[in-house]
Design a protein around this ligand. Sequence first.
Ligand code: KIV
Length: 254
Amino acid sequence: MKVAGTPIAMLTAYDYTSARLIDGAGIDVILVGDSASNVMAGHETTLPITLDQMIYHAQCVVRGVERALVVVDLPFGSYQGNSREALVSAIRVMKESGAHAVKLEGGRAIQPTVERLIDAGIPVMGHLGLTPQSIYRFGTYKVRAREEEEARMLEEDAALLQEAGIFALVLEKIPSTLGRSVSRALAIPTIGIGAGPSCDGQVLVTHDALGLTTDFNPRFVRRYAELDTLIRGAVSAFVEDVRSHRFPSDDESY
Ligand code: KIV
């Protein structure tokens, strides 16, 4: 798709029903993101979600997907220790969920790990820029790599990860100019989230794109639906119907 100049569309999913809808609507890649920690479990960060929980979400998603590529985030603490630990975690994801690839956050520090996973036959997607598993090192969710030195490091990390064998790279919350230069420099596709229009694809968290997380409004989110309003309206209509004995009707009864 990169060679053909066709942008790649990626969304997150964490459950069977959503995955079926998203896959059926023609998405290219479904990410079982560790953002499940935020939008499914209600945690403030992505750090608490466990490998077992990610595998459960991935199993549910895989059952709902017929055509899209399914990528699963390795969660915080399941791969940073050493490359052997990472391999054990990635093998569990692949074996127990049936997903097609894993995603890891980080640059040069995880290069040996990426190589080990790929040697074992596991496709790896990278993730640079704002890497939410490192939020306590960054201290803020602000745009990364605005400064020359961090931008240069990111470009080097992207090249190292490509050399290590990743098949695609997520670029999160970096200046558009950097998104463009990295995308041009790499042969593999970049998938941006807040990284500008020149990336080879775009990803959003589905809950943000569908308007379920109305209290989260960063500039890079575009809302394609207002499900929050729709669901609240539907639920209050149900409550009203039950309280006023309008539900169920004779037709809805046996
Ligand atoms: O976990 C996630 O949803 C992600 C995307 C933001 C890329 O990593």
